[in-house]
Design a protein around this ligand. Structure first.
Ligand SMILES: [Zn+2]
Ligand SMILES: [Zn+2]
Length: 359
């Protein structure tokens, strides 16, 4: 965040503060509507035509000029305003922010002419129904998340009536003459009230894998950002990548589908990154990867012996491989798995006896 002095600007008459875990874009929309303006009109008045707000993913990029202005005009501490952007996850969910391509664990909006084509934003009907004023959460942009931990239901990533992606910014964009602002709970395409949607209970492929995932999410949500969490998330993301990568000799997703009794693995239907997939696909994929994570050396070793994966797949094309994972990968070079060792916080720090011998 820039510390440069900015000219004094008066407070807005409406000074809503961000709600719990609220996304920057959601906050901006509430402020616009609170002042009786369409969000585009409001942004043009406030930022001029030079600053384009809605042709990029402002939640991912978290432009400092926007966050600083909202902070200043609403009397919100800059730190609180900054936390509405996904940039607050820098160094927590991923090691380094990047402006192009896939940002690990951050769902892609797939924007096209200000229209959001993908499944990049999710919602929980129960959470929206409980809100005094429905709003969108930061955690609904995370690929790691598929379940509402409050309502124990699947999150939804499109309108159940018309299947349009939920994009609250479109609620009042490009609709001239509209007098009343629709709430963020209304589907922009068909007008369905998303609070009325039915969210099914989450499916479970394996109890241990589900418990592992739940533990990871609980640690993450609690904000206990222990140093090992980024390492764990990095390795977990690498395993997810192995499941979605196109390679003729790599059959890990098929193998896991067989092992876990998945009749029609959604993960096999296309070879796209986790961050552009539907919530149902991710839910299945995360559980398959979590099943491996429960005993990474043992289960990767089994997969290797079953010819579902080769040693060279384990490290190829990955940057900054965590040391704990590298040791596991190298230990599988000769086809053996170190017995009884899971991947986790403690193990990442341990000296692995076999390391020198196998390298
Ligand atoms: Zn909920
Ligand atoms: Zn709809």
């Amino acid at each position: 965040m820039s510390k440069a002095a900015t000219p004094w600007l008066p407070l807005w008459p409406v000074r809503y503060k961000p709600l719990a875990d609220e996304l920057l874009s959601s906050w901006l929309i509430r402020l616009s509507h609170g002042m009786g303006l369409k969000v585009q009109t409001f942004c043009n008045l406030e930022f001029g035509n030079q600053r384009q707000v809605w042709n990029r993913d402002i939640d991912r990029f978290g432009p400092s000029w926007l966050i600083e202005r909202l902070s200043q005009r609403t009397g919100t501490p800059l730190e609180v305003a900054h936390r509405t952007s996904l940039r607050a996850y820098d160094g927590i969910l991923y090691r380094r922010f990047k402006s192009n391509g896939v940002l690990p664990w951050v769902l892609r909006l797939k924007m096209y002419h200000r229209t959001w084509l993908g499944h990049g934003l999710m919602f929980c009907p129960g959470c929206l129904a409980e809100d005094k004023e429905p709003y969108f959460r930061r955690r609904w942009r995370l690929a790691l998340n598929t379940v509402c931990s409050r309502h124990r239901c699947m999150l939804l990533d499109c309108c159940p009536v018309c299947q349009a992606g939920v994009g609250f910014t479109r609620t009042d964009l490009g609709q001239p003459g509209q007098e009343d602002f629709m709430g963020q709970n209304v589907c922009h395409a068909c007008g369905f009230d998303l609070r009325q949607a039915v969210a099914p209970p989450p499916g479970c492929l394996d109890e241990e894998a589900a418990a592992w995932l739940n533990q990871l999410w609980t640690e993450f949500e609690a904000g206990d950002f222990v140093p090992d969490l980024i390492e764990q998330l990095t390795v977990f993301h690498m395993i997810c990548s192995l499941l979605t990568r196109r390679n003729r000799a790599l059959h890990l997703a098929e193998y896991l589908g067989d092992r876990l009794g998945v009749e029609h693995p959604l993960t096999l239907q296309s070879w796209t990154p986790l961050e552009t997939r539907s919530v149902d696909e991710r839910h299945q994929l995360l559980q398959m990867a979590a099943w491996l994570m429960v005993d990474l050396p043992g289960r990767l070793g089994e997969a290797r012996r079953a010819h579902a994966i080769r040693f060279n797949h384990l490290l190829r094309d990955f940057d900054e491989v965590p040391e704990g994972y590298r040791r596991i990968a190298l230990s599988l070079q000769g086809g053996k798995a170190p017995a009884g060792e899971g991947f986790g916080a403690e193990h990442g720090r341990e000296e692995h006896q076999d390391h020198d011998r196998l390298t």
